[in-house]
Design a protein around this ligand. Structure first.
Ligand code: SF4
Length: 397
């Protein structure tokens, strides 16, 4: 989404150009084929001719997801711009400071958020609605799109695009959930929702970035499960989305939601924190309990690497959405059973995630050069084998 937005932005500035050169750097180039980045850029610049140069071994200092676009002809020939895809579809341009979440929300840390809620006796959701009154309508649309993605993904079948030829699983999980009972039914239902959205994303369908496309299944699956089982109103769900958004903004402002910048902890970890906080809110948690749930959602993903197999957002991403959805529910329930007091704050864990992300080698930050990605080549073939080496049995003397 980021590269597409960048290309659309540049296209508007150089409308008469018929030839562009696009250079993809760092992880954008390393996983660009699997993420269909080339197609997205070509579509955004169509009908112009687009020459794409892949530079996976060169990462720009500001952010590992970078692209430069040059207009090669027309009145604006020679015009060039470099953009950074900073996660969740957002872009920043070289030479700009970048419009960050903090520009809209004066509160940029959980500590400030809790102090605001405590002194006024109000909820986190009410802060969001007071700051951005129009967002309520927008969040209603977000919820609609999330439910549509679950519905579509739960009935679709077949193989996902790409060299892995991965079968869609959401519909069979959905059917199994309907035939199961008690805890097995509930857990399978949460899995099914997360798989449905993650598979929609992997097939190029419409999803809500929450906070990114790769981690888009966590929040809708848990919200949909709670709505179904606890019968909460749409108004409450929209408030929970506001809580989730506030948590995501705090992470984005103080750390990162980009797998290329800080590993999967930044994507799935943030999705889990947002979802845990939203679920705690729906279960009637206090702001402190919401903070605790979000802290656990992130804390127990610290160090999680980003190593998408064959550069596709499929393995481990799809299953990871299902696992994180359950972890978010657990974190919410755990926090609800407490008084909300705990030692490591959400802000501390966000700062830790940022440091940990920078300490991760680049092979573990969306380059498909390490971890699980090593088990397959770019064309989806098994590249190395692991197993238990058979040792010869010693003869007894
Ligand atoms: S492994 Fe990487 S690509 Fe997959 S969900 Fe995590 S951050 Fe996104």
């Amino acid at each position: 989404m980021g590269p597409r937005t960048a290309a659309e932005t540049f296209r508007k500035r150089t409308a008469d150009a018929k030839h562009y050169r696009v250079t993809l750097y760092g992880s954008l180039a390393a996983t660009g084929k699997g993420h269909l980045t080339g197609n997205a850029v070509r579509e955004a610049l169509a009908p112009a001719r687009v020459q794409i140069i892949w530079k996976p071994d060169f990462a720009k200092k500001r952010h590992p997801n970078a692209l430069t676009i040059d207009a090669c002809d027309g009145a604006k020939r020679g015009v060039t711009a470099t953009f950074y895809s900073i996660g969740g579809g957002a872009i920043e341009e070289e030479g700009s400071s970048g419009k960050r979440a903090g520009d809209v929300y004066r509160i940029s840390s959980m500590k400030q958020m809790l102090a605001w809620a405590r002194t006024r006796g109000k909820t986190i959701a009410s802060y969001v609605f007071e700051t951005e009154p129009a967002i309520e309508k927008y969040l209603a649309k977000v919820w609609r799109v999330m439910r549509q993605a679950i519905r579509r993904g739960s009935t679709a079948s077949g193989v996902l695009p790409g060299v892995l030829k991965l079968e869609r699983k959401a519909s069979s999980y959905h059917a199994k959930a309907n035939n199961a009972r008690s805890v097995v039914r509930d857990v399978t239902l949460v899995f099914a929702g997360a798989l449905a959205v993650a598979e929609e994303n992997a097939s190029g369908g419409i999803v809500v970035t929450a906070p990114t496309c790769g981690a888009a299944g966590v929040l809708p699956s848990v919200l949909s499960y709670i709505a179904q089982v606890n019968g909460v109103t749409e108004k409450k769900i929209i408030e929970a989305l506001a809580v989730a958004g506030m948590i995501g903004n705090i992470v984005k402002t103080n750390a990162s939601i980009s797998g290329a910048e800080a590993g999967c902890q930044a994507e799935i970890g943030t999705a889990c924190a947002m979802t845990a906080g939203a679920a705690a809110y729906l279960f009637g948690g206090t702001s402190r309990q919401i903070e605790y749930a979000a802290e656990m959602g992130m804390e127990h993903h610290l160090g999680l690497t980003c190593d998408p197999v064959a550069g596709l957002v499929q393995i481990p991403c799809i299953e990871r959405n299902a696992m994180a959805a359950m972890r978010a529910l657990e974190a919410a329930i755990y926090a609800l059973a407490s008084d909300g007091m705990h030692r490591i704050s959400f802000d501390d864990v966000v700062a830790t995630m940022k440091r940990t992300g920078h300490d991760l080698g680049s092979a573990y930050r969306e380059t498909s050069a390490g971890g699980l990605a090593l088990h397959f080549t770019k064309n989806g073939k098994q590249s190395i084998s692991i197993g238990i080496r058979k040792t010869k049995r010693r003869k007894r003397p």
